[in-house]
Design a protein around this ligand. Structure first.
Ligand SMILES: [Zn+2]
Ligand SMILES: [Zn+2]
Length: 451
């Protein structure tokens, strides 16, 4: 966490673009005490510190702004970063016009006889209305429990997911939908802020294409039990496909179409998983099938960043490069980032990859619709490296701000909730009541940070 965000409470952090907003910087501890009298005594009592505040919009500031005259009248010099402020009840208050969608720096210094000292580099982000109306939710669309080839119970994975700051998740075991329900049931009657959704990883008969069903009301894998019905319906799809590009297997492609249609029928989000997974000496599926899937997009979202070992990171690099190339061709490609974790205590995958979805709420429909409307980024957060979001430029820029200025505080609150969820699973009868006490804390934090 940035030290400014430990020592001070600076709010709001996210504000509407092209409007004036009052920002308050309040010291939380005794490290500094803003004193109005000292400020007025500038020049008379040299021993008292004074303060200087400089303002920098990181991208642009147009003196042609409609409000330029109002800013000048308020004492601004549009060609100089130093800005006026007031000290009110021990806090610094600034009224500012935040132009356009961009990040803003408020650089606060203390000047005393000892010299100039930086108190903080405070950041804000101004947003256009569509993004301002959305809350960023962290989540994982793809994880495995010991019901398939993972290491822990579905409830354990849900608890650990909250513990690392996720707002939503689903257990998506290979060929099994029931474990995702088990994760929900583990917290029946317990007030938690983690949204646990249903899901599964789908493996159709005779297909090596992996798909994730995120959130559908029923299992797709279970439909394969009636294999003749599945085969007949896929045959129907094949008959309507027309001529396919060379190298595209009609059955494999039609099977994907069938699965993604079924996921949508169940109200879920269909994810095309790890297209550049290198397995058995080749990419799977890759080749002509991946190209055709990207061209026709029967899926709802592409797993842009997937769960790969460190020696397999090439696969994510390829997926990102491919995504950008497809985008350059004018294709809109919804994306998610998933850990594909096979054990939260395994020391890999879990925490390395996740998604940020900008949505009106963390309800299933809002998350799925927002992903489909391209309001998401996929994050790679490898050990000992600075985390990197991938996706639309506008969202990547905003996500970088959130990952530095907002999520560290959000995640700190989640840590305690995740620990209590684990204690509840371990039989601590006081944990549920303690979770009820904490309910709504992360939402309240976000509300405080948003104007
Ligand atoms: Zn898979
Ligand atoms: Zn998987």
């Amino acid at each position: 966490m940035k030290k400014e965000n430990c020592y001070f409470d600076a709010v709001p952090k996210v504000v509407p673009a092209d409007r004036e907003t009052t920002v308050t910087i309040a010291p939380l501890y005794d490290h500094v005490r803003f004193d109005a009298n000292k400020s007025e005594a500038q020049g008379r009592r040299a021993s008292c510190p004074t303060y200087e505040l400089s303002y920098y919009p990181v991208e642009e500031f147009s003196a042609r702004s409609a409000d330029a005259e109002a800013l000048r009248a308020a004492g601004w010099r549009l060609d100089a970063p130093r800005i006026p402020f007031e000290i009110v009840d021990g806090t610094i208050q600034i009224r500012l016009y935040f132009e356009g969608e961009q990040e803003h720096v408020l650089f606060l210094e203390e000047i005393s006889e000892k010299g100039r000292k930086t108190l903080g580099d405070f950041r804000l982000y101004s947003l256009e209305p569509d993004l301002f109306a959305r809350t960023p939710y962290k989540g994982d669309f793809h994880q495995h429990s010991f019901r398939s080839d993972g290491m822990e119970s579905p409830g354990y994975i849900a608890s650990a997911s909250r513990g690392i700051g996720l707002d939503f998740m689903a257990v998506t075991d290979h060929r099994r939908y029931a474990p995702s329900i088990e994760a929900q049931r583990a917290f029946d009657g317990v007030d938690i802020d983690l949204h646990i959704f249903r899901g599964e990883e789908i493996h159709p008969p005779d297909s090596h294409v992996h798909m994730v069903n995120f959130g559908a009301r029923f299992s797709i894998n279970e439909l394969f039990a009636d294999e003749p019905a599945y085969r007949a319906q896929v045959a129907g799809i094949i008959s309507r496909l027309g001529t396919l590009p060379p190298g595209v297997d009609p059955y494999l492609y039609a099977s994907c179409v069938w699965c993604f249609d079924k996921i949508r029928e169940g109200g879920g989000l269909g994810v095309f998983c790890h297209p550049y997974w290198f397995t058995a000496h080749r990419y799977s599926p890759a080749g002509a099938l991946t190209t055709y899937l990207l061209e026709t997009q029967p899926f709802d979202a592409l797993e842009l960043i997937g769960g790969y070992h460190l020696n397999e990171i090439d696969s994510n690099t390829l997926q990102v490069a491919r995504y950008h190339e497809e985008r350059a061709k004018g294709r809109a490609i919804p994306i998610v980032g998933s850990s594909d974790s096979h054990g939260v205590e395994r020391g890999e995958f879990f925490t390395w990859y996740y998604s940020i979805v900008f949505a009106p709420s963390s309800a299933l429909d809002d998350l799925a619709d927002s992903v489909k409307a391209l309001y998401s980024v996929a994050v790679e957060a490898l050990p000992n490296q600075i985390a990197r979001p991938f996706g639309p430029f506008r969202l990547v820029k905003y996500a970088l701000f959130l990952m530095r200025e907002v999520f560290p505080q959000h995640d700190e609150l989640c840590k305690e909730e995740g620990r209590l969820m684990l204690e509840h699973l371990a039989g601590n009868t006081h944990a549920a009541a303690a979770l009820t006490e904490l309910k709504g804390r992360t939402a309240a934090l976000m509300n405080r940070y948003w104007l």
